[in-house]
Design a protein around this ligand. Structure first.
Ligand code: NJP
Length: 227
């Protein structure tokens, strides 16, 4: 309550759940995605067109959020891609890296000047449980998330001096539209729900001033234990 939070990748899936939970908790939310045509209207939520790979789009988003008094940013926008190493093309490499890595860099960077002026601010990065482990066909996606984890941790070191808390949310399978799939299909019945991730984000955002949540790792119970 009383907080203003910027959320990227907010049109569906995890991002939309984060927006819904924060709005229900009484926060003001500035929410962005490339296609916001179908997003629901919610009190306290301003949806904007945002492409995290586009510097001017990110700048406009950060300006609007700063005007609205944002003291927190959730970097959630991300795309999936799974194939053997020999099938990774330069175009696919750029699509994944531009969104999952450059997007986090540009968006975080656009908020830092404002966050420096605050006593206290928070960045929560929704990366993945595979930001620190990989698997067959996962090379490109996990490389992007390893890189996003490195950016997350570097920002944490840099922001410590001006009261920025940085959290990484690392989850296993979540029932969303991720990687051009449908939500709610039978094989995803036992997967985490977007609301589960939204709760983790809320926990990180609303931790008392003396607490920093560096990292949250969560999985569906059925998924084999993996750190
Ligand atoms: O995926 P999905 P999730 N600029 O496809 C937006 C991570 N994750 O909710 O731009 C701005 O339902 C897109 O909107 P649009 C995953 O890596 C997931 O599952 O209109 N926004 C939509 O709102 C990602 O970082 C799982 O296409 C952009 C949203 O992002 C995060 O969770 C497991 C954009 C994607 O919604 C959310 O993914 C895991 C851009 N350039 C981590 N490109 C999982 N689902 O199993 C896309 O460990 N978006």
């Amino acid at each position: 309550q009383g907080r203003t939070v910027a959320v990227t990748g907010a049109s569906r899936g995890i991002g939309l759940s984060i927006v819904e939970l924060l709005a229900a908790e009484g926060a003001q939310v500035v929410a962005g995605a490339r296609d916001i045509a179908g997003v629901p209207e919610m009190a306290g939520v301003q949806f904007m067109t945002l492409d995290v790979t586009d510097e001017s789009s990110v700048r406009a988003f950060a300006e609007a959020a700063t005007q609205a008094g944002a003291d927190a940013l959730v970097n959630n926008a991300g795309v999936g891609s799974f194939m053997p190493v020999e099938e990774i093309t330069p175009a696919e490499y750029r699509r994944i890296m531009d969104t999952n890595v450059l997007g986090v860099i540009l968006t975080s960077g656009a908020f830092v000047p404002h966050f420096r002026t605050l006593q206290r601010s928070t960045v929560v990065n929704v990366t993945s449980d595979v930001s620190a482990r990989t698997f067959a066909r996962g090379g490109l996606y996990t490389a992007s998330k390893y890189a996003a984890r490195a950016i997350t941790q570097a920002l944490a070191y840099e922001g410590h001096e001006y009261g920025l808390r940085v959290s990484e949310i690392r989850s296993g399978n979540v029932d969303t539209f991720f990687n051009d799939t449908q939500q709610g299909t039978p094989e995803k019945a036992e997967w985490l729900k977007p609301e589960d991730i939204a709760q983790a984000v809320l926990y990180a955002l609303s931790a008392p001033a003396h607490v920093r949540i560096d990292e949250i790792l969560l999985h569906p119970t059925w998924q084999p234990v993996a750190f």
